[in-house]
Design a binder for this molecule. Structure first.
Ligand code: DGY
Length: 446
């Protein structure tokens, strides 16, 4: 018998150690109510897209937790199919703004069971169900679970297409930066310039957990709260929000997640059978969305997909990691994908950097330490890794994966990381962060 080389043995032990640390992080953040908080103190409730990524990791080592994670989220669905971005299952005074600020009870269609916010987050749940099916060892059991949940996800997509596609072009709007998931991206700076909110008095909690230099500013929070106030005054009615919100954007990441999830629902319903009407509807949405996406969000000069400001009726011409997310949903043609990946490697891919910064490192708005203004995020890397593989950019995909593993191994299970190689203490934001742990488990098994 030949003996495996030392480096392979070391690699094996490194992998086993990291996986067990990751499981530990997730188990520590798991709550008795059957959901997982993103991290202690900073984010003490259930967040929508966090839960999706978390369930992917849990599916590898505790299927029942993964199932509960998504079931508890979908249990908070509103009567109109909407799924909120935070579900306040529990009380906590470590987070602002809490349930008393968001007041989901103002909406006549909100959940009577749970308090929540009245905004949403990227629709990842469809493709998460498909991932859970891929990962599950007992396919029959997971199939039964998916059958019991999938219609709720379908209703959520229906909600988006019926309430948020204002131009009937297959593209849905977000009305708040927190809906994008990329909370304080420089993309929003020019929108803040168009607003002049009051200077609210409130007590931030995030900056008691994390260095203020790594978080949004007080003035940014004024803007965030102001949009919530407008939505509340209109009882979270989408038509009113579309008319009145100063923030109304078509976000490429959000729409790419919807398109990826449409496809996952088509695949899963096909497997289930007897759902021809739903499949036909999903295909219709899908064709329209991909066409609308390529038409409206492609910026020829930048060689990338960009955000679109529906208030000003013009594109927001900056390159972010969201610009590359359409690869994951098979949106670009091969020719366009080549241009996109070239943009990514030219701007973000220098040898002195980890892939992939969240904002264009060549821009003067780039900040490598500040939340979504530049740092590397593991969930975005996971989306990009899978997107690059879709188009067979296997070497770059491998680099994204290896960079992600190295960042966590070197610095810990942080929320976000400095993209500049050789930075001391390059992990920022929340520590023991659930989706960094969950997606590392997937990376190491992939
Ligand atoms: C926060 O509070 O920073 C959250 O990201 C909002 O979703």
């Amino acid at each position: 018998m030949s003996v495996p080389p030392v480096c392979l043995i070391q690699h094996f032990f490194m992998k086993e150690r990291l996986i067990s640390q990751a499981i530990n992080v997730l188990d520590e953040n798991f709550q008795p109510g059957g959901f997982t908080i993103p991290c202690k103190g900073l984010y003490p409730f259930q967040w929508k897209w966090d839960s999706g990524f978390i369930a992917i990791g849990q599916a590898y080592y505790d299927v029942s937790k993964a199932k509960q994670e998504i079931a508890t989220l979908l249990d908070a669905q509103w009567d109109n199919g909407f799924i909120p971005h935070i579900v306040f299952h529990n009380e906590s005074d470590t987070y602002f703004p809490g349930a008393d600020v968001h007041r989901s009870d103002l909406s006549p269609v909100s959940s009577k069971k749970y308090k929540s916010t009245g905004m949403t987050q990227p629709p990842v749940t469809g493709f998460v169900l498909e991932e859970m099916y891929r990962i599950a060892k007992d396919k029959e059991d997971m199939f039964g679970y998916i059958k019991s949940q999938i219609d709720k996800v379908y209703d959520n997509h229906k909600y988006f297409y019926e309430n948020r596609d204002v131009n009937d072009e297959g593209l849905v709007f977000i009305y708040h930066n927190w809906e994008s998931g990329t909370d304080n991206s420089p993309i929003w700076d020019d929108i803040w310039e168009t607003m002049n909110p009051p200077e609210y008095t409130f007590e931030r909690r995030d900056t008691t957990h994390v260095d203020a230099s790594q978080r949004p500013s007080k003035r940014e929070y004024d803007h965030y709260l102001y949009i919530i106030e407008i939505a509340k005054e209109n009882n979270y009615n989408d038509a009113k929000i579309a008319e009145l919100s100063p923030f109304l954007v078509i976000d490429p990441l959000f729409n790419a997640m919807l398109i990826k999830s449409n496809q996952a629902l088509i695949n899963l319903y096909t497997l289930i059978g007897d759902n021809d009407d739903k499949i036909a509807q999903l295909v219709k949405w899908q064709v329209k969305s991909i066409k609308g996406f390529n038409k409206k969000l492609w910026d020829k000069e930048l060689g990338a997909y960009v955000h679109y400001d529906l208030r000003k009726n013009k594109p927001i011409s900056f390159v972010t990691s969201s610009s590359f997310s359409p690869l994951y949903a098979n949106i670009p043609s091969k020719e366009r994908a080549d241009i996109l990946v070239n943009t990514m490697m030219t701007k973000f891919g220098g040898e002195d950097k980890y892939l992939c910064a969240s904002f264009d490192p060549e821009s003067d708005r780039f900040d490598p330490k500040k939340y979504w203004r530049g740092p590397v995020w593991i969930n975005m890397n996971w989306i990009l890794f899978n997107g690059l593989k879709n188009y067979e950019y296997n070497n770059i995909a491998e680099r994204v994966k290896e960079d992600s593993i190295e960042l966590i191994e070197k610095y810990g299970f942080y929320e976000y990381f400095n993209c500049k190689k050789g930075t001391e203490n390059a992990g920022y934001g929340g520590d023991n962060f659930s989706w960094s742990a969950a997606l590392l488990i997937d990376f190491l098994n992939n």
